[in-house]
Write a protein that binds this ligand. Structure first.
Ligand code: M6R
Length: 595
């Protein structure tokens, strides 16, 4: 959600800022802008609505003055329509201060009234503009003291063109440390290939960057290694990031397991949890908190933990948990799942759990992110940057890590546990077999393209998969789809079934297979078209389903890892056949950093 880019150094700052805004495009935006000092040493601010191409056109022929700072922003509208006036950067009355902001200023109405009383003139409907006038009135430090809310801020000032002011509270901001130059970005992915060292600003940290060095406080900044391969943030030969990331599935799962799973020895090692081993032995209940796709992987995690460890587990939407009057018993641990590690609701849920003195654990993909830092212990996904707005590879790796965690926490390893370990180790090859049939799924997508509504049905481990499959097609192809548990069909959705309402049925051969067949009988009896995901070698299913996509057999607890892949591909092909930009679906942001 919104992207911040900035640079101070001797290079062509404007081009760097623009280049990095491109890398942040995937976060979702509807307008963009930059502020910089031009070759005549005048401050310029250029903003456009729509894609970055528009901004680049408006900037054609313009260059920034060396050794001065430049800032840029991609805006995803929250307060005020997505138009040029509301786009960032914003400036003060005198046009001297330029500022970009991610987050929300909660008390902006009060501050605005106060500033209007002091004769400040406002141009936009945004909460952000209040910041520029506050800085004009009180200076940077005091302005920060007056605001309530969340922010990542970058500011330049005509009076000090060689300085770049930054601050963070609740919204991510990273400083890339180069040789006598600094980059800033709201996401470290943008800095890959530009710097090797970064500072992940902590909440409450603020400071100023200049050619002479950096001054950040009050907490001392910690310089860390940036571990992102720039190639991972490129599409390569794939037409879309989403397809590339789906095809990364086998490697993503391998990375999640590498150095952790030893199927031969029957052991699982999770370095990130070693510091809390004793505490983990005593936990009585696990609460999984997450949003969106991460929540669905949490639902599969609940089944895994309860089956493999006997640990009572409850999954809650982080957005509900944060406001719920939820009794927390002693010995409860909270497990936060997040790809970005910055989702506002998940972060708020984590802070609530930390406040309640629960042991907090994380499964996070983005290294150095807020959730990774604020959990007591955790396991990284190691899936690499996920650029497509629709989460795909992160889901696979979350499921892989959840399986590892459940195995790690199981007090003794039975033959069943050992079989799961062996199967996990060979699962990447089975995912490859599914991916090899992407063409077949495209044909199916073509056939089903005429339908406007879908039911996604699954039971047991296939239920979270059904929910996630339905979410994918909603996000990418703007098709209405409902994920449902098979057993619930008779309690309502069966009323919808007719020849125009197809069901995508997850009907692999597991302990609820026969029950799923009964559901399919009921759908068939009402002329509902059925597209089934079934196990290779299944002889019964073709009699019931209009179309069948076969997946290799695996152990039931790992089925979501395999069965989601055809549904991701189905959504991808459906969306591209409709001509949509599947990497940047409308109205969605990659990282939802506001409530
Ligand atoms: O970064 P997170 O995993 O915390 O994000 C959670 C959701 O915002 C995310 O999964 C969202 O639902 C995606 N658009 C799913 O494709």
């Amino acid at each position: 959600m919104c992207g911040i880019s900035g640079y101070i150094g001797k290079k062509e700052g404007l081009q760097i800022v623009l280049g990095n805004l491109r890398k942040l495009e995937y976060r979702g935006y509807d307008s963009a802008g930059v502020a910089f000092f031009n070759l005549g040493a005048n401050a310029e601010i250029i903003k456009t609505v729509g894609k970055l191409d528009n901004l680049e056109r408006a900037l054609r022929g313009k260059r920034s003055l060396s050794a001065t700072a430049a800032i840029g922003h991609t805006r995803w509208a929250t307060h005020g329509a997505p138009n040029q006036v509301n786009a960032h950067p914003h400036s003060d009355c005198r046009g001297e201060i330029f500022l970009v902001h991610n987050g929300i200023i909660e008390n902006y109405q009060d501050l605005k009234s106060e500033l209007i009383g002091k004769k400040h003139r406002f141009r936009s409907q945004t909460d952000t503009e209040v910041l520029t006038h506050l800085v004009e009135e009180y200076g940077f430090e005091w302005a920060l003291k007056k605001i309530v809310g969340a922010y990542a801020i970058a500011l330049i000032n005509k009076k000090e063109p060689q300085k770049l002011y930054i601050a963070r509270l609740g919204s991510p901001l990273v400083v890339g440390v180069g040789e006598k130059e600094y980059y800033i970005a709201s996401d470290p992915t943008a800095l890959a290939g530009l710097v090797k060292k970064v500072i992940y600003l902590k909440d409450g940290q603020r400071g100023v960057l200049s050619l002479g060095g950096l001054e950040i406080g009050p907490a001392r900044p910690k310089i860390e290694k940036l571990d992102i391969d720039p190639e991972q943030a490129q599409k390569g030969h794939f037409p879309h990031f989403m397809l590339k990331e789906i095809f990364e599935g086998p490697e993503v799962l391998r990375s999640a397991l590498r150095g952790r799973l030893s199927a031969d020895k029957g052991t699982v090692k999770l370095g990130g949890l070693e510091g809390v081993t004793d505490k983990l032995k005593n936990i009585k209940k696990l609460e999984i908190l997450a949003c969106g796709t991460s929540y669905y992987s949490g639902l599969a995690g609940e089944l895994l933990f309860e089956e493999l460890t006997n640990l009572p587990t409850e999954v809650m939407l982080a957005s509900e948990y944060r406001y719920a009057k939820h009794p927390i018993k002693k010995g409860t641990a909270a497990l936060l799942i997040s790809q970005s590690g910055e989702t506002a609701d998940t972060l708020a849920a984590l802070r609530k759990a930390n406040h309640q003195k629960n042991l907090t654990l994380g499964i996070v993909n983005a290294v150095g992110s807020s959730i990774a830092r604020e959990t007591v212990a955790g396991v990284y996904n190691h899936a690499g940057p996920e650029i497509g707005v629709a989460s795909t590879k992160a889901f696979l790796s979350q499921l892989g890590v959840l399986a590892l965690m459940a195995l790690y926490l199981s007090p003794k390893k039975t033959a069943a546990h050992r079989e799961i370990m062996r199967e996990l180790a060979i699962l990447p090859e089975k995912i490859k077999m599914v991916l090899a049939q992407s063409g077949k799924i495209k044909q199916l997508a073509k056939k089903y393209l005429k339908y406007k509504n879908f039911l996604y049905l699954g039971r047991g481990y296939n239920y979270p998969t059904a929910l996630e499959g339905a979410l994918k097609i909603k996000e990418i192809a703007y098709v209405h789809a409902e994920g449902y548990a098979g057993g619930e069909m008779k309690h309502g959705p069966i009323a919808l079934i007719d020849r125009d309402f197809p069901t995508v049925a997850l009907a692999t051969q597991n302990r609820v297979y026969e029950k799923m067949l009964s559901n399919l009988e009921e759908i068939k009896a009402r002329s509902g078209p059925i597209l089934a995901i079934a196990t290779v070698g299944d002889k019964k299913i073709a009699r019931l389903a209009n179309d069948v996509f076969y997946v290799p057999k695996t152990v039931e607890v790992l089925e979501p890892i395999l069965n989601i892949v055809p549904l991701q591909l189905f959504a991808y092909h459906f969306g591209t056949l409709c001509g949509y930009d599947v990497d940047k679906p409308r109205n969605l942001a990659k990282s939802v950093t506001v409530e």
